[in-house]
Design a binder for this molecule. Structure first.
Ligand SMILES: NC(=O)c1ccc[n+]([C@@H]2O[C@H](COP(=O)([O-])OP(=O)(O)OC[C@H]3O[C@@H](n4cnc5c(N)ncnc54)[C@H](OP(=O)(O)O)[C@@H]3O)[C@@H](O)[C@H]2O)c1
Length: 300
C-alpha cells in the first residue's frame, strides 16, 4: 500500500506519498480501506519532532489520527462490526491506503466520506470538552477559536445540547460562526469584554480550543477558574483552569456515536477542503498557518 511518510523530522517538504508495509487489525481494532483521512495540527507537530521529547528520529514515521473507510479486517475481540461496513473514527497512521482504527462509529449513509473523515478527532475532542465542562441546556458557553476543526464541531455540539454559544474567530470567520449558530466575536485584545457584552449576563463555561488568549482573561469570564477548559494551552492549569490532553478523559465510542447521530440529523455540518494524498504537503502548510475554517481532508 501507499502511505504518507517521512524519515527525518521537518516541515511539510519532508513528506512523501510512497510504498509502506500493510498494517493489520490487532485486538480491539479494525482495519479499513481508507476513503478519506483528515489533517489535524497534531500531524505537523509530530512531523516537526516537537512531540518526540528530544529523542532522535528512528526509522520511518507515519501520520494521521482519524479516517473514514470500509472495514476489511476485524481484530480479535471486536463485535458489532463486519467486513464491508462503512465506518469513521480515530486511529493511528490513517493517512494511507489502509488504516487501523481503535474507535469508530458507522458512517451515516447520507454523509460524504470526507465529512465523516473530518469528524473523528474533532468530534471526540468536542464531546470530551463539553462533557468535562458539564455543558447543558440553558448554559452560555464561550468557545475561543470557534471556526477551526475542533471549534466548529464544539459550537454545534453545544448548540445541540441546548446551550447558547458565543464563539471567537478572525474577522474573516464572523459570518461562518453565525452560519453554524454561534454569536460571533473577534478574538484578540479585549476579547473578554466583547464576550461579556455578547452574553449580557453570566458565562457558564469557556472551552479554549486555540490556546492563544491569556488564560487569566478567559478565567475572568466565569465564576470558578475550573470552568475554563483548554485543549491547547498546557500551562493553563497553573492559573486554576483545566486542561485535557486525550485518552485519560476520553470516551471515544460514545463520542463518535453522538457525532454520527448529529451528522445524520444535519445538526452537525463540517466544512471541508480536500486535497489528494499526493498533495498532502499543501494541506499541512494550511493547517500550520493556524487559520483553517473547518477541516482539511486528504483523499486517495
Ligand atoms: N488536547 C487535545 O486532546 C486536543 C485534541 C485536538 C486538538 N488539539 C489542539 O487544539 C488546537 C486546535 O485544533 P484544531 O484542529 O481545531 O485546529 P485548527 O483547525 O487549525 O483551528 C485553529 C483555530 O484557531 C483559531 N485562532 C487562531 N488564532 C486565534 C486567536 N488568537 N484566538 C482565538 N482563536 C484563534 C483560528 O481561527 P481563525 O481561522 O478565525 O483565525 C482557527 O479557527 C491545536 O493546537 C491542536 O493541536 C488538542
Amino acid at each position: 500500500m501507499r502511505a504518507l511518510q517521512y524519515v527525518a523530522y521537518g516541515g511539510p517538504e519532508v513528506l512523501t506519498w510512497a510504498e509502506a508495509p500493510d498494517p493489520h487489525a490487532g485486538a480491539g481494532t479494525v482495519r479499513i480501506v481508507v476513503r478519506a483521512a483528515s489533517v489535524n495540527p497534531l500531524d505537523w507537530k509530530v512531523l516537526s519532532g516537537a512531540m518526540s521529547g528530544g529523542q532522535p528520529m528512528v526509522g520511518t514515521g507515519y501520520l494521521g489520527y482519524d479516517a473514514a473507510g470500509v472495514v476489511d479486517e476485524v481484530g480479535e475481540g471486536v463485535t458489532g462490526v463486519s467486513v464491508g461496513d462503512e465506518v469513521f473514527g480515530r486511529g493511528r497512521n490513517t493517512q494511507a491506503d489502509y488504516g487501523v482504527l481503535d474507535s469508530w462509529a458507522r458512517k451515516p449513509p447520507s454523509i460524504d466520506w470526507v465529512v465523516a473523515a473530518a469528524a473523528g478527532v474533532a468530534g471526540e475532542t468536542s464531546e470530551r470538552g463539553l462533557r468535562l465542562l458539564g455543558v447543558q441546556a440553558g448554559d452560555t458557553i464561550f468557545v475561543d477559536g470557534g471556526a477551526g476543526g475542533v471549534g466548529a464541531v464544539a459550537v454545534q455540539m453545544a448548540l445541540a445540547r441546548g446551550a447558547r454559544v458565543i464563539a471567537s474567530g478572525s474577522g474573516a470567520n464572523q459570518d461562518y460562526l453565525r452560519e453554524i449558530g454561534a454569536i460571533p466575536v473577534r478574538y484578540g485584545q479585549g476579547v473578554a469584554d466583547r464576550v461579556q457584552a455578547a452574553a449580557a449576563g453570566r458565562v457558564d463555561a469557556v472551552f479554549d480550543v486555540a490556546g492563544k488568549t491569556a488564560i487569566e482573561e478567559l478565567i475572568r469570564l466565569v465564576s470558578e477558574p475550573s470552568q475554563v477548559l483548554s485543549i491547547a494551552n498546557f500551562t493553563a492549569g497553573q492559573a486554576g483552569a483545566r486542561v485535557t490532553g486525550g485518552d485519560a478523559d476520553s470516551n471515544p465510542t460514545q463520542a463518535l456515536a453522538e457525532v454520527a447521530s448529529l451528522l445524520a440529523h444535519n445538526k452537525l455540518v463540517i466544512k471541508v477542503q480536500t486535497y489528494p494524498f499526493s498533495r498532502a504537503a499543501e494541506a499541512y502548510r494550511i493547517s500550520q498557518s493556524g487559520h483553517v475554517r473547518g477541516k482539511l481532508v486528504l483523499i486517495p
